[in-house]
Design a protein around this ligand. Structure first.
Ligand code: HEM
Length: 126
Protein backbone atom coordinates (compact mmCIF):
# COMPACT_ATOMS: atom_id res chain seq x y z
CA UNK A 1 0.00 0.00 0.00
CA UNK A 2 2.70 2.48 1.00
CA UNK A 3 4.41 2.53 -2.39
CA UNK A 4 1.30 3.23 -4.48
CA UNK A 5 0.48 6.51 -6.12
CA UNK A 6 -2.54 8.19 -4.47
CA UNK A 7 -4.79 7.74 -7.49
CA UNK A 8 -4.35 3.96 -7.38
CA UNK A 9 -5.14 3.80 -3.67
CA UNK A 10 -8.35 5.77 -4.32
CA UNK A 11 -9.32 3.29 -7.02
CA UNK A 12 -8.88 0.37 -4.61
CA UNK A 13 -10.96 1.96 -1.82
CA UNK A 14 -13.78 2.88 -4.20
CA UNK A 15 -13.69 -0.61 -5.67
CA UNK A 16 -14.01 -2.10 -2.19
CA UNK A 17 -17.12 0.02 -1.52
CA UNK A 18 -18.51 -0.99 -4.93
CA UNK A 19 -17.99 -4.72 -4.30
CA UNK A 20 -19.48 -4.59 -0.79
CA UNK A 21 -22.60 -2.71 -1.94
CA UNK A 22 -23.01 -5.05 -4.92
CA UNK A 23 -22.77 -8.12 -2.68
CA UNK A 24 -25.44 -6.70 -0.35
CA UNK A 25 -27.81 -5.86 -3.22
CA UNK A 26 -27.18 -9.29 -4.78
CA UNK A 27 -27.86 -11.23 -1.58
CA UNK A 28 -31.06 -9.30 -0.81
CA UNK A 29 -32.24 -9.56 -4.44
CA UNK A 30 -31.56 -13.29 -4.70
CA UNK A 31 -33.13 -13.83 -1.27
CA UNK A 32 -36.32 -12.17 -2.51
CA UNK A 33 -36.19 -14.06 -5.78
CA UNK A 34 -35.77 -17.52 -4.22
CA UNK A 35 -37.79 -16.84 -1.10
CA UNK A 36 -35.19 -17.44 1.61
CA UNK A 37 -35.24 -13.71 2.46
CA UNK A 38 -38.73 -12.63 1.41
CA UNK A 39 -39.03 -9.01 0.30
CA UNK A 40 -40.44 -6.66 2.97
CA UNK A 41 -40.56 -2.85 2.67
CA UNK A 42 -37.36 -2.71 4.77
CA UNK A 43 -35.36 -5.22 2.72
CA UNK A 44 -36.53 -3.64 -0.55
CA UNK A 45 -35.40 -0.22 0.73
CA UNK A 46 -32.03 -1.65 1.74
CA UNK A 47 -31.77 -3.31 -1.68
CA UNK A 48 -32.51 -0.04 -3.45
CA UNK A 49 -30.11 1.94 -1.23
CA UNK A 50 -27.25 -0.49 -1.77
CA UNK A 51 -28.04 -0.57 -5.51
CA UNK A 52 -27.81 3.23 -5.63
CA UNK A 53 -24.45 3.04 -3.81
CA UNK A 54 -23.35 0.58 -6.53
CA UNK A 55 -24.25 3.14 -9.21
CA UNK A 56 -22.57 6.05 -7.39
CA UNK A 57 -19.36 4.20 -6.54
CA UNK A 58 -19.14 2.82 -10.09
CA UNK A 59 -19.47 6.37 -11.45
CA UNK A 60 -16.85 7.63 -8.97
CA UNK A 61 -14.50 4.85 -10.07
CA UNK A 62 -15.07 5.68 -13.74
CA UNK A 63 -14.46 9.38 -13.07
CA UNK A 64 -11.26 8.86 -11.09
CA UNK A 65 -9.86 6.42 -13.66
CA UNK A 66 -10.73 8.88 -16.43
CA UNK A 67 -9.17 11.79 -14.54
CA UNK A 68 -5.93 9.92 -13.93
CA UNK A 69 -5.73 9.20 -17.68
CA UNK A 70 -5.73 5.43 -17.25
CA UNK A 71 -7.51 3.05 -19.65
CA UNK A 72 -10.77 1.35 -18.65
CA UNK A 73 -13.04 4.32 -17.87
CA UNK A 74 -15.32 3.90 -20.91
CA UNK A 75 -16.29 0.35 -20.05
CA UNK A 76 -17.08 1.50 -16.49
CA UNK A 77 -19.38 4.25 -17.77
CA UNK A 78 -21.25 1.61 -19.80
CA UNK A 79 -21.62 -0.35 -16.54
CA UNK A 80 -23.07 2.75 -14.81
CA UNK A 81 -25.58 3.13 -17.65
CA UNK A 82 -26.69 -0.51 -17.28
CA UNK A 83 -27.15 -0.15 -13.49
CA UNK A 84 -29.23 3.01 -13.99
CA UNK A 85 -31.41 1.37 -16.68
CA UNK A 86 -31.83 -1.78 -14.54
CA UNK A 87 -32.58 0.33 -11.46
CA UNK A 88 -35.37 2.25 -13.22
CA UNK A 89 -36.76 -1.10 -14.41
CA UNK A 90 -36.89 -2.26 -10.79
CA UNK A 91 -38.48 0.96 -9.58
CA UNK A 92 -41.15 1.44 -12.26
CA UNK A 93 -42.02 -2.05 -13.57
CA UNK A 94 -43.33 -5.10 -11.74
CA UNK A 95 -40.23 -7.24 -11.93
CA UNK A 96 -40.52 -9.59 -8.97
CA UNK A 97 -40.79 -13.22 -9.95
CA UNK A 98 -41.00 -12.74 -13.72
CA UNK A 99 -38.70 -12.45 -16.74
CA UNK A 100 -38.12 -8.75 -16.07
CA UNK A 101 -36.69 -9.71 -12.67
CA UNK A 102 -34.21 -11.99 -14.45
CA UNK A 103 -33.38 -9.21 -16.93
CA UNK A 104 -32.79 -6.82 -13.99
CA UNK A 105 -30.42 -9.35 -12.41
CA UNK A 106 -28.62 -10.01 -15.72
CA UNK A 107 -28.10 -6.27 -16.36
CA UNK A 108 -26.55 -5.84 -12.91
CA UNK A 109 -24.27 -8.86 -13.33
CA UNK A 110 -23.05 -7.65 -16.74
CA UNK A 111 -22.53 -4.12 -15.33
CA UNK A 112 -20.47 -5.47 -12.45
CA UNK A 113 -18.42 -7.61 -14.86
CA UNK A 114 -17.67 -4.52 -16.94
CA UNK A 115 -16.68 -2.57 -13.81
CA UNK A 116 -14.28 -5.33 -12.76
CA UNK A 117 -12.77 -5.40 -16.26
CA UNK A 118 -12.34 -1.62 -16.39
CA UNK A 119 -10.81 -1.39 -12.92
CA UNK A 120 -8.45 -4.28 -13.63
CA UNK A 121 -7.27 -2.59 -16.84
CA UNK A 122 -6.66 0.68 -15.01
CA UNK A 123 -4.69 -1.02 -12.23
CA UNK A 124 -2.60 -3.02 -14.70
CA UNK A 125 -1.51 0.16 -16.45
CA UNK A 126 -0.22 1.67 -13.19
C1 HEM B 1 -26.66 -3.52 -8.12
C2 HEM B 1 -27.02 -4.75 -8.19
C3 HEM B 1 -28.42 -5.29 -8.11
C4 HEM B 1 -28.70 -6.61 -8.12
C5 HEM B 1 -27.70 -7.76 -8.19
C6 HEM B 1 -30.14 -6.73 -8.04
C7 HEM B 1 -30.82 -7.94 -8.01
C8 HEM B 1 -32.19 -8.08 -7.86
C9 HEM B 1 -32.90 -9.33 -7.86
C10 HEM B 1 -32.27 -10.72 -8.02
C11 HEM B 1 -34.22 -9.05 -7.66
C12 HEM B 1 -35.37 -10.07 -7.57
C13 HEM B 1 -36.08 -10.14 -8.90
C14 HEM B 1 -37.22 -11.15 -8.88
O1 HEM B 1 -37.82 -11.38 -7.83
O2 HEM B 1 -37.52 -11.68 -9.95
C15 HEM B 1 -34.36 -7.61 -7.54
C16 HEM B 1 -35.55 -6.94 -7.32
C17 HEM B 1 -35.66 -5.57 -7.25
N1 HEM B 1 -34.65 -4.64 -7.41
FE1 HEM B 1 -32.70 -5.06 -7.73
N2 HEM B 1 -30.71 -5.47 -8.00
C18 HEM B 1 -29.70 -4.56 -8.03
C19 HEM B 1 -29.83 -3.18 -8.03
C20 HEM B 1 -31.04 -2.49 -7.95
C21 HEM B 1 -31.19 -1.06 -8.04
C22 HEM B 1 -30.05 -0.05 -8.34
C23 HEM B 1 -32.52 -0.79 -7.86
C24 HEM B 1 -33.25 0.52 -7.84
C25 HEM B 1 -32.72 1.69 -7.77
C26 HEM B 1 -33.19 -2.04 -7.66
C27 HEM B 1 -34.54 -2.19 -7.42
C28 HEM B 1 -35.20 -3.38 -7.29
C29 HEM B 1 -36.63 -3.50 -7.01
C30 HEM B 1 -37.59 -2.33 -6.78
C31 HEM B 1 -36.91 -4.86 -6.98
C32 HEM B 1 -38.30 -5.52 -6.75
C33 HEM B 1 -38.60 -5.62 -5.30
C34 HEM B 1 -40.04 -6.08 -5.09
O3 HEM B 1 -40.60 -6.70 -5.95
O4 HEM B 1 -40.60 -5.77 -4.04
N3 HEM B 1 -32.26 -3.06 -7.73
N4 HEM B 1 -33.11 -7.05 -7.68
Amino acid sequence: MGQQPNALRGIKVTQMILRTAFLLALVIGLGGMFGWLPFTPATVDLHIASGIIVAISMAALAASIGRSRRPGAAVLWIGVLLVVVGGFMGLYLHIAGNALGLAHLALMLVAMGLAEMGAARAKKSA
